[in-house]
Design a protein. Sequence first.
Length: 244
Amino acid sequence: MAGHSKWANIKHRKAKGDAQRAKIFTKIGREIAVAVKQGGSDPEVNSRLKDAITKAKANNMPGENIQRSIKKAAGELSSINYESITYEGYGVSGAAVIVECLTDNKNRTVGDIRHYFDKYGGSLGAQNCVSFMFDRKGVVTLERGPDMSEDQLIEDALEAGADDVETEDDVFVIYCDPASLSQVKGSLEKKYSISEAEIDYFPQTTVKLEGENLEKFLKMIECFEDLDDVQNVYHNIELPEEAE
C-alpha cells in the first residue's frame, strides 16, 4: 500500500509565500461561500461547509478569516452566484489537462483559460475530451502523529470503506470510491484529525515531458493556478521530484 504516491504526483504545489497564501485563502473563501449558499452556515449540518473549514485550517487560514467568510457569504447570498465549471484541454505534446473553477463570470474565466492554453502550446477542448483518461477517487489525508499506529490506521481505513492507503513522510493518504468519501471521512474523524477530504482526478497513465516542453507545461499550470477562479488543476504529466 506504500510506494510512490499518486497523490503527490498530481499535487503540484508552489512555495506558499504571502502572495500565494492570499490566493489560497481567496479560493477557499469561494468554497465556503458556495457551501453556505447550498447548505447554510452551520457546519454541523452542512457537510460541504465542514469540509471547506477543514481545508481552510489545513492551509493555516486564521479562524477569524474563516468566520468572516462564513458571515460574509450568509449576509450576501443574494449577490453571490459562483458557478462550478470544469474545463478540459491539451497542453504541449497533447498532455491532458482538467481545470476546475468556481466563477461568477463564465466569459472571463473561459477567456483566461483559453488564453493560457494557447500561449503555452496547448488548446482548450470540448467537454469530456480528456476526462475519460482519468479516474475519480475520494481522497482523505491526515497528518501522521508521533504515537499513531500505521497498522491500526490502515485497518480502520479499510473497515471504514477505503480502497487503499499510502504513507508519506508526514501524512497518510487514504483512497476510496467518490460515493464513499463522506462515509470514510465520517468514520475516521471519530479517531483521527482529518487534514483534507476531497474528490480528485488521477491519470490512468502518465506521459513524460522534458526540456522546453516541460518548462512550457509547468508555466501553463502555474498560470492556471494563479487565477482566482481556478480551484484545482489535474494533468497526466509525470512530474520531476523537484516540481511536485
